[in-house]
Write a protein that binds this ligand. Structure first.
Ligand SMILES: Cc1ncc(C[n+]2csc(CCOP(=O)(O)OP(=O)(O)O)c2C)c(N)n1
Length: 137
């Protein structure tokens, strides 16, 4: 079976489409062929390939107290793109890490690991907007 977006089709189609075929046709060996530019459009789906065993309302990205279990390894993404990067897992190291980032004065990735039980604030109730958080003098 050949699945294709066709000539002049949408870049980025291939990798998610290949994942879909793997899910639908568990008996098939799926080969995904793509240009590097199109691969980059949805390259984050590589993480999805490892995630897809369960549905979750939040993402569990490994254990911050064990660097080798953190997934995906954002530092390697940055390295692959030639961008300096650092990771912070403890709140006490955050200030220095941010200062290092700001002092770098060029593209820099700071991967700040936040415990998954932290809330995403502000919570915006359905039907309202951000207006109520607007800064008032
Ligand atoms: C979403 C989207 N944006 C832009 C284009 C126009 N476009 C067609 S081919 C192409 C370059 C594709 O590069 P790559 O995936 O590396 O394949 P190559 O042809 O270089 O082997 C572009 C920008 C497109 N088809 N889809």
């Amino acid at each position: 079976m050949l699945l294709t977006s066709g000539g002049l089709g949408a870049m980025g189609f291939g990798l998610p489409a290949a994942i879909g075929v793997v899910m639908a046709r568990t008996d098939a060996i799926v080969v995904y062929i793509n240009g590097d530019g199109s691969f980059m459009v949805n390259v984050q789906e590589l993480a999805n390939i490892r995630y897809c065993k369960a549905n979750r309302a939040d993402s569990y990205l490994g254990n911050p107290s064990n660097d080798t279990l953190i997934f995906p390894n954002m530092l390697k993404f940055a390295e692959a793109c030639g961008i300096p990067a650092a990771r912070v897992t403890k709140a006490g190291n955050l200030r220095v890490a941010i200062q290092t980032m700001l002092d770098t004065l060029k593209p820099y990735l700071l991967d700040v690991i936040v415990p998954h039980w932290e809330h995403v604030l502000p919570m915006i109730p359905i039907g309202t907007g951000l207006q109520r958080y607007r800064y008032k003098r």
